[in-house]
Design a protein around this ligand. Structure first.
Ligand SMILES: [Cu+2]
Length: 145
């Protein structure tokens, strides 16, 4: 019984997760700081950096990726980015090198559990070579006349 219950719960959880759009993570930029400066997200999720300063512009620059610095953005503007690969992504603000942040992107464990229903039908590709033994010849003893 317990296994059935947990299975149902698992299905419900998966459905709920599938229905919700890609979770949005928010990072504020205020007083020359990324808040939070370090964040861990799942692969495929996106982050929105919002400039909450009064009059200071900033940028979110993933310099180590070799990309050019994106445009500065001003108070109440934001920068968005989706992370499709796992790894650690340090970034900084272009005009303010002391403003640094880190994005840890990890492979979601829930994603790997989601399997299509068709997987239950296992294709019978069992390689069981049947040894074909030659039919034994019945030695019939023929009476000699
Ligand atoms: Cu800045």
């Amino acid at each position: 019984m317990k296994t059935i219950l947990s299975l149902i719960l698992c299905i419900i959880t998966t459905t709920v997760l599938a229905e919700t759009e890609t979770p949005q993570h928010d990072i504020d930029i205020i007083k020359f700081k990324f808040e939070p400066a370090e964040i861990t997200i799942d692969v495929g999720e996106s982050i929105r950096w919002t400039n909450k300063e009064k009059r200071q512009y900033h940028s979110v620059w993933f310099e180590k990726t070799g990309e050019p610095e994106p445009d500065y953005f001003f108070p109440d503007e934001f920068y968005e980015r989706t992370f499709d690969a796992a790894g650690d992504f340090p970034y900084r603000c272009g005009p303010h090198p002391k403003m640094i942040g880190m994005v840890h992107v990890v492979q979601s464990t829930e994603d790997s559990k989601v399997e299509p229903d068709t997987s239950t039908e296992e294709s019978s590709t069992k390689d069981s070579p049947q040894k074909e033994e030659p039919p034994k010849k019945e030695e019939s003893i023929q009476p000699t006349p």
